[in-house]
Design a protein around this ligand. Structure first.
Ligand code: SAM
Length: 279
């Protein structure tokens, strides 16, 4: 296959800069640039967008995003060892790559980005879910991003797209599907990464809806759903007891049987319940 750019292959970059993978930073690198370009294509048309990338590492996906035409990539990386390799990419794409050294959980990237904004990342497994929940639960909607194209462990990806009645249906499915269209667009075996993780991975593409599917307050919905699924085997009248003294009446008003379990409740019913709990 043809090279996507004129920079050195990633194995060489890793050797030159001594980027041995650190488990504590969730470092499983993608070294096949045709694969990273393919992931970048899943993010949609990047030519008129700024792209936020969390955890660029040696820059495989960063190079994919740039070669696929991203207007600008803002890459936030915690491991300072990666910075020289990323600077080489910045030099090859003048004015289009800005690197911020630091913890993505502590940095507000918005000051550096101009809408429209897309997010694309092969996320470190230890902060992936937390970042996704933050991006899905701002008080106001639409959010700062148009789409999120994110690599997760396969099991997390399945939780994001899960439907009621399935074992993987829970808080992530509700929060993602309430305000976004979510699909698994690519599956990757462990061997696609260096070093290979223990489990398979998948890329999820989420497109922000112009408005949530059903009205509800984000914080209340999060609270209700967290309580309902924290004790997912319990009947809702028990798991949600702390939400309101007359929770059984409110469940009935939302069209939910108080004896149902959380995994039987639809997104629409959870939103109705969140509105009733908020009053
Ligand atoms: N994007 C690269 C790739 O696809 O090969 C690397 C992906 S690797 C799974 C995750 C990256 O996130 C690593 O480079 C790691 O150093 C970085 N990282 C870990 N924790 C981070 C944090 N809190 N903030 C920013 N980057 C972080």
């Amino acid at each position: 296959m043809s090279a996507i750019d004129t920079l050195p292959p990633l194995r060489e970059v890793i050797a030159t800069h001594g980027l041995s993978a650190k488990k504590a930073l969730g470092q499983n690198f993608l070294l096949d640039l045709n694969l990273t370009a393919k992931i970048a294509r899943q993010a949609g048309d990047l030519s008129d967008c700024d792209v936020l990338e969390i955890g660029p590492g040696p820059g495989g996906l960063t190079r994919g995003l740039l070669s696929e035409g991203a207007r600008k990539v803002l890459a936030v990386e915690k491991d300072a060892r990666c910075l020289p390799a990323l600077e080489e990419i910045a030099a090859a794409y003048p004015g289009r790559l800005q690197v911020i050294s630091g913890d993505a959980l502590k940095i507000d990237p918005l000051a550096y980005l101009t809408p429209p904004i897309r997010v694309a990342a092969n996320l470190p497994y230890n902060i992936g879910t937390e970042l996704l929940v933050r991006w899905l639960t701002p008080p106001e909607w639409p959010p700062f991003w148009q789409s999120l194209t994110l690599m997760f462990q396969r099991e997390v990806a399945e939780r994001i797209v899960a439907q009621p009645g399935s074992k993987t249906y829970g808080r992530l499915a509700i929060l993602a599907q309430w305000r976004a269209e979510a699909r698994i667009v690519l599956s990757l075996p462990p061997e696609a990464f260096t070093p290979p993780p223990k489990v398979s991975s998948a890329v999820v593409h989420l497109t922000a809806l112009p408005e949530p599917r059903y009205p509800a307050d984000a914080a209340t919905l999060s609270r209700v759903v967290a309580a309902a699924f924290n004790q997912r085997r319990k009947m809702l009248r028990a798991s949600l007891k702390g939400m309101a003294p007359d929770i059984e009446d409110r469940l009935i008003s939302a069209g939910i049987k108080p004896t149902d379990r959380a995994e039987q409740v639809s997104l629409e019913q959870f939103c109705t319940l969140a509105r009733l709990v908020a009053t």
